[in-house]
Write a protein of this length. Structure first.
Length: 144
Protein backbone atom coordinates (compact mmCIF):
# COMPACT_ATOMS: atom_id res chain seq x y z
CA UNK A 1 0.00 0.00 0.00
CA UNK A 2 1.18 3.56 -0.59
CA UNK A 3 2.60 5.54 2.33
CA UNK A 4 -0.48 7.76 2.56
CA UNK A 5 -2.89 4.79 2.76
CA UNK A 6 -4.85 5.09 6.06
CA UNK A 7 -2.34 7.67 7.29
CA UNK A 8 -5.21 9.55 8.98
CA UNK A 9 -5.82 6.55 11.25
CA UNK A 10 -9.25 6.00 9.69
CA UNK A 11 -10.74 2.52 9.43
CA UNK A 12 -13.12 0.84 7.07
CA UNK A 13 -15.09 -1.84 8.89
CA UNK A 14 -17.28 -4.10 6.74
CA UNK A 15 -19.56 -6.57 8.59
CA UNK A 16 -20.31 -9.61 6.42
CA UNK A 17 -22.78 -12.46 6.74
CA UNK A 18 -21.22 -15.62 5.35
CA UNK A 19 -22.40 -19.20 5.11
CA UNK A 20 -19.87 -22.01 4.96
CA UNK A 21 -21.73 -24.62 2.90
CA UNK A 22 -20.87 -28.27 2.38
CA UNK A 23 -21.34 -27.91 -1.40
CA UNK A 24 -18.08 -29.05 -2.98
CA UNK A 25 -16.55 -26.83 -5.63
CA UNK A 26 -13.64 -27.28 -7.96
CA UNK A 27 -11.06 -24.79 -6.82
CA UNK A 28 -8.83 -23.06 -9.35
CA UNK A 29 -6.26 -22.82 -6.54
CA UNK A 30 -6.11 -26.36 -5.10
CA UNK A 31 -3.32 -25.44 -2.68
CA UNK A 32 -4.88 -22.27 -1.31
CA UNK A 33 -4.76 -23.84 2.15
CA UNK A 34 -0.99 -23.64 2.07
CA UNK A 35 0.83 -20.38 2.62
CA UNK A 36 4.35 -19.46 3.58
CA UNK A 37 3.42 -18.79 7.22
CA UNK A 38 1.58 -22.03 8.00
CA UNK A 39 3.06 -25.48 7.50
CA UNK A 40 0.55 -28.29 7.93
CA UNK A 41 1.50 -31.88 8.73
CA UNK A 42 0.89 -34.62 6.19
CA UNK A 43 -1.84 -36.77 7.69
CA UNK A 44 -2.61 -39.90 5.71
CA UNK A 45 -6.29 -40.40 4.93
CA UNK A 46 -7.27 -36.92 6.13
CA UNK A 47 -7.29 -34.76 3.07
CA UNK A 48 -9.18 -31.56 2.60
CA UNK A 49 -11.76 -30.55 0.06
CA UNK A 50 -12.90 -27.13 -1.05
CA UNK A 51 -16.49 -26.02 -0.47
CA UNK A 52 -18.58 -23.03 -1.47
CA UNK A 53 -18.78 -19.98 0.77
CA UNK A 54 -21.91 -17.84 0.31
CA UNK A 55 -21.70 -14.09 0.87
CA UNK A 56 -23.49 -11.32 -1.00
CA UNK A 57 -21.53 -8.49 0.62
CA UNK A 58 -22.11 -5.93 3.31
CA UNK A 59 -22.27 -2.22 3.94
CA UNK A 60 -20.72 0.55 6.00
CA UNK A 61 -21.46 4.22 6.58
CA UNK A 62 -19.34 6.62 4.53
CA UNK A 63 -19.32 10.42 4.19
CA UNK A 64 -22.33 10.29 1.82
CA UNK A 65 -24.27 7.67 3.79
CA UNK A 66 -24.52 3.90 3.39
CA UNK A 67 -21.97 2.30 1.06
CA UNK A 68 -22.92 -1.17 -0.20
CA UNK A 69 -20.02 -3.49 -1.03
CA UNK A 70 -20.89 -6.46 -3.24
CA UNK A 71 -19.29 -9.88 -2.78
CA UNK A 72 -19.60 -12.87 -5.10
CA UNK A 73 -19.05 -15.52 -2.44
CA UNK A 74 -15.91 -17.58 -2.35
CA UNK A 75 -14.59 -20.92 -1.15
CA UNK A 76 -13.29 -22.47 2.04
CA UNK A 77 -11.36 -25.48 3.21
CA UNK A 78 -10.22 -26.88 6.52
CA UNK A 79 -7.40 -29.25 7.28
CA UNK A 80 -6.31 -30.91 10.53
CA UNK A 81 -3.23 -29.34 12.09
CA UNK A 82 -2.17 -32.49 13.91
CA UNK A 83 -3.36 -31.15 17.28
CA UNK A 84 -6.41 -32.80 18.89
CA UNK A 85 -9.61 -31.29 17.45
CA UNK A 86 -7.79 -28.39 15.80
CA UNK A 87 -8.21 -27.45 12.13
CA UNK A 88 -6.80 -24.68 10.00
CA UNK A 89 -9.69 -22.86 8.34
CA UNK A 90 -8.71 -20.90 5.26
CA UNK A 91 -11.16 -19.12 2.99
CA UNK A 92 -11.45 -16.33 0.48
CA UNK A 93 -14.12 -13.93 -0.74
CA UNK A 94 -14.41 -12.38 -4.18
CA UNK A 95 -15.12 -8.64 -4.29
CA UNK A 96 -15.90 -7.53 -7.88
CA UNK A 97 -15.59 -3.85 -6.99
CA UNK A 98 -13.35 -1.91 -4.66
CA UNK A 99 -14.50 0.19 -1.72
CA UNK A 100 -13.16 3.29 0.02
CA UNK A 101 -13.80 5.24 3.21
CA UNK A 102 -11.75 8.39 3.77
CA UNK A 103 -8.13 7.49 2.94
CA UNK A 104 -8.69 3.74 3.44
CA UNK A 105 -9.45 1.69 0.35
CA UNK A 106 -9.70 -1.91 -0.71
CA UNK A 107 -9.30 -2.80 -4.38
CA UNK A 108 -11.48 -5.29 -6.21
CA UNK A 109 -10.10 -8.77 -5.79
CA UNK A 110 -9.79 -11.79 -3.54
CA UNK A 111 -8.63 -11.37 0.08
CA UNK A 112 -7.66 -14.53 1.96
CA UNK A 113 -8.46 -15.29 5.60
CA UNK A 114 -6.92 -17.85 7.94
CA UNK A 115 -7.91 -18.92 11.44
CA UNK A 116 -7.89 -22.00 13.64
CA UNK A 117 -11.05 -23.80 14.67
CA UNK A 118 -11.53 -26.22 17.51
CA UNK A 119 -14.09 -29.00 17.78
CA UNK A 120 -14.44 -31.00 20.97
CA UNK A 121 -16.52 -34.15 21.34
CA UNK A 122 -17.39 -34.86 24.95
CA UNK A 123 -19.10 -38.10 25.94
CA UNK A 124 -21.12 -37.29 29.05
CA UNK A 125 -22.84 -40.67 29.32
CA UNK A 126 -22.79 -43.70 27.03
CA UNK A 127 -25.88 -42.31 25.25
CA UNK A 128 -25.15 -38.55 25.29
CA UNK A 129 -22.39 -36.88 23.31
CA UNK A 130 -21.92 -33.12 23.29
CA UNK A 131 -20.14 -31.49 20.35
CA UNK A 132 -18.79 -27.96 20.79
CA UNK A 133 -17.82 -26.04 17.66
CA UNK A 134 -16.37 -22.56 17.37
CA UNK A 135 -18.61 -20.12 15.49
CA UNK A 136 -16.95 -17.29 13.57
CA UNK A 137 -18.30 -13.80 13.03
CA UNK A 138 -16.42 -11.99 10.29
CA UNK A 139 -15.82 -8.26 10.16
CA UNK A 140 -13.27 -7.15 7.62
CA UNK A 141 -11.48 -4.14 9.12
CA UNK A 142 -8.86 -2.32 7.11
CA UNK A 143 -6.52 -0.07 9.03
CA UNK A 144 -2.88 0.90 8.97
Amino acid sequence: MPDDWAASGARMSLPLDVTFSDELVECAEPNFLQNRDVKLPSLSGEGSSTSRLHCSGGSFVGAQGEVVVKADGGAWSAQPTGQCGEHLLRFYLDFPEGAARNDVSSPAGRPYFTTLTLTLNLTLTPTLTLTLTLTITITLTLTR
